[in-house]
Structure formats: C-alpha cells, structure tokens
Ligand binder design. Structure first.
Ligand code: DI6
Ligand code: FE
Length: 401
C-alpha cells in the first residue's frame, strides 16, 4: 500500500445507491495506480492505508469528476450574427433554411486546418476542465464531407493528447445536408455519410455514431441506414431526437439499443417506454432550450415515472448552445426543468458515464477510475444552486494529485 494515496477530511458524495448523493459526512478514498482502491467512512479506513500520503481536503466536498457527455466543441468560427437575427425574430429553423445555421459553421470548419480546429477548441475544453470535467464527448458533424469529418475527429483525438482529459469521439455525419447535396439527402447518406463512417472507423477514430433526426435534418428511415452500418461495425449509437418536433427518433434509437437519446423536448410516452425498455439514457440539454427560447419542456416526470436515467450536458456548439459551463448546465436543468440538484449531479457523473458506455467512472467506488473533484462547498446541492460561480478547488485526473 506504500504507493497508495488517501483523500480525506470532508464529505464524500459517492453517487452510489443508498443515501441521497451517496453522501458520507466524513469519508475517505484510497487510490493507487489511478484507480480507487477503497471508499468508506474515515473511521473505517483499513490500517494498511494509515501511513500513506494523505490529502486533507479540510472540510471540502469530494465528488466524482464531471463528465460532459454531449458536446460539439470542435468547430471553426462563431454564429453571433445568427444570435442577433434570432433576437430580431427569425427562428432557428428559418435561419437554417436560409443557409445559416449548421451549414454556416460547416463552411468555416471546412476552411480550417487541423491545427486551427484544435487551437479554437482548446479554450472551450479548458473552461470545462476548470470546472472539474475529466471526460468529454466530442462529435464531428460540421464537415459533412469526408476530409473535414475525418479532420474534426483527428482534432478531437489530438485534444486528448494535449490535455489531461479523456475524449470520446462520436461521428455525426448525418447532422445536416450540405449545400452541394441540397434536395438529395438520400444520395448524401449513401455517398458521403456511410463511406465516411467506414473510413473513420477504419482509422480508429470512432467510439460511437450519432445523427440529427429532425424536419430540418434527417428522417428516421435515413438515420436507420446509418445505424445499420454502425451496428455492422460494432459501434454504439445515440441520437439527437425530438428536439423541435416528434419524428419518433428516440423510439428508433432505442430499437438499436442506443446509449442515449438527446434533447427529447417533444418525446412522448411511447418513446419514453421504448427508452426504458432499452436502457437508453435521456440526455437533457437545457443550454439549447435556453438559447433557442424554446417553450416545450422535456417530459421529466414521465422519464422519472418510467425510471429512465437522465444525464445533463452542455451540447457546446456555436449555434444552439454556445455554453462551456457544466455547472451552469446543472443550474439550468434544475431551474428550467425542475430537475433536483441530486438528479443534476447524477446527470453529469453517474448517468453521463452510462450515456458514453463507460462503466469505469462517474461514481466513487472500488475499482472506478480515480477521476475526482474537490469543491469549496459543504453540500452537493450547492453545485447546482449557484449561477456563474466556480467553486472547484482541485481536480484529480487518474489519481494524480
Ligand atoms: N442539435 C443541436 O443542438 C446542435 N446540433 C443538433 O443537431 C446544434 C448545431 C448547430 O446549430 O450548429
Ligand atoms: Fe448536439
């Protein structure tokens, strides 16, 4: 045990079953080799750990490090002008149909080098790290051609080599129809989306496959064709579903055993039941709801009733959610959707891990990765409660103090 370390001296929110937040008033965590060896009340710390290097948190709260399970942080340019247009009355769909929206970011992203994409994304990633985030998902989807999609995914992989953060990559080739395929969406799926999916997988660039199932994007039957290939390649799927209307996307995703269905403001009971049966996580994205001034709230009560686990994520992207704070996202989940502060914290730890298919993190328990956050607060509800304040004291990534 001589190379073990012990973190103790404050409350520990393990996010495991039992007490709310899995809270222990005076907890201790022993870690070695980047993994948690033991967690429990300080008074029960086994003798073997008594002489180890110790970090005294002096009354601060210890939680799992945070996980942002839905981001589009790799992109070029910004859409502040579109923000102005929407405030002048244009809707998100109108802007998209007029050639703005996702397609305008595609233009900027196609023109950017790999280095530029990485450099643009790093400040956004750093903002997340500064709030205790240790794992993020990054999607492609602003290239919409083979070369640019692959470049975005390589940029995402490069970020994980440059920062102490684990990046999970998701292919979002079916995000929007690029101008050169206008009116030929099926041809775009066959000639670009699917071949690029195969190429990205062959290059080892992919952890999952996503799509945007919406009137302004793709129909369920088109998404199904992409998911069939994902299944053939052994890649898990997730879906942007029921954000602006209900096309039955969540149900489709669930039929593929999807890790998650995301946004889901327009999700109905049928979709909720399908998700419950498949064990698909509901990823709630209040940043997009807020930015687009949406009024249809996701069916939180129905999700609770059918025991569908909820995650919360920034959806960080230049159009509908230029948000790089997971703490603010937690606050929005509570204030906009009446999630509880406990649901909010579970949504950026335990359930976010499940939404990424990562059983080795998101709780503080024996055998879990030692990705830990220490906060200058006394009770976990304080994390979701404050607005625009970052109480992170220290982030521990893979056991490094
Ligand atoms: N839904 C979203 O929230 C992002 N993509 C999607 O399918 C927004 C993308 C954008 O507006 O740039
Ligand atoms: Fe998104």
């Amino acid at each position: 045990m001589s190379d073990s370390k012990v973190i103790a001296g404050g409350p520990v929110a393990t996010m495991c079953e039992g007490a709310p937040y899995g809270l222990m008033a005076e907890g201790a965590i022993a870690i070695s080799g980047g993994v948690i060896d033991w967690v429990g009340p300080l008074g029960e710390l086994p003798d073997a750990y008594r002489g180890c290097e110790r970090l005294d948190v002096q009354g601060r709260l210890i939680t799992p490090a945070l996980i942002d399970c839905h981001t589009h942080v790799v992109f070029a340019g910004n859409r502040a002008r579109e923000f102005e247009m929407r405030l002048e009355g244009a809707s998100y769909e109108e802007v998209a149909r007029a050639g703005g929206g996702i397609v305008s970011t595609v233009k900027a992203t196609r023109a950017a080098t790999l280095e530029a994409l990485v450099q643009d994304a790093l400040p956004r990633v750093d903002a997340l790290i500064a709030e205790g985030v240790a794992t993020i998902e990054i999607k492609s989807g602003y290239g919409l051609d083979r070369d640019t999609e692959l470049r975005m995914l390589r940029a995402a992989r490069q970020i994980s080599a440059m920062r102490e953060i684990e990046v999970k990559t998701t292919y979002l080739g079916a995000h929007a129809v690029p101008p050169e395929f206008k009116g030929r969406d099926d041809a775009f799926i066959d000639e670009v989306v699917i071949p690029t999916l195969r190429a990205a997988h062959a290059e080892g660039l992919l952890d999952a496959v996503d799509g945007f199932c919406e009137g302004i994007a793709f129909q369920p039957a088109q998404i199904a064709r992409v998911f069939d290939v994902a299944k053939e390649l052994g890649l898990p799927v997730k879906l942007h579903a029921e954000q602006l209307s209900n096309l039955g996307g969540a149900k489709l995703a669930a039929s593929y055993g999807a890790l998650s269905a995301d946004h889901i403001e327009y999700l109905d009971q049928d979709g909720v039941v399908a998700m419950a049966t498949a064990g698909t996580i509901a990823v709630i994205l209040p940043g997009a709801f807020y930015t687009l001034r949406e009024t249809q709230e996701p069916p939180i009560d129905l999700l609770r009733k059918h025991c569908v686990s909820m995650a919360l994520a920034t959806d960080c992207n230049p159009g509908s959610s230029p948000l790089t704070s997971l703490l603010l996202t937690m606050n929005m989940g509570c204030t906009l959707f009446r999630m509880t502060p406990e649901e909010a914290l579970a949504g950026v730890t335990k359930n976010a891990a499940v939404a990424l298919g990562l059983p080795d993190r998101g709780t503080l328990a024996e055998g879990q990765r030692a990705d830990i956050a220490i906060w200058d607060v006394r009770h976990p509800a304080e994390l979701a409660y404050r607005i625009g304040f970052n109480p992170l004291h220290k982030r521990i990534f893979r056991g490094e103090l």
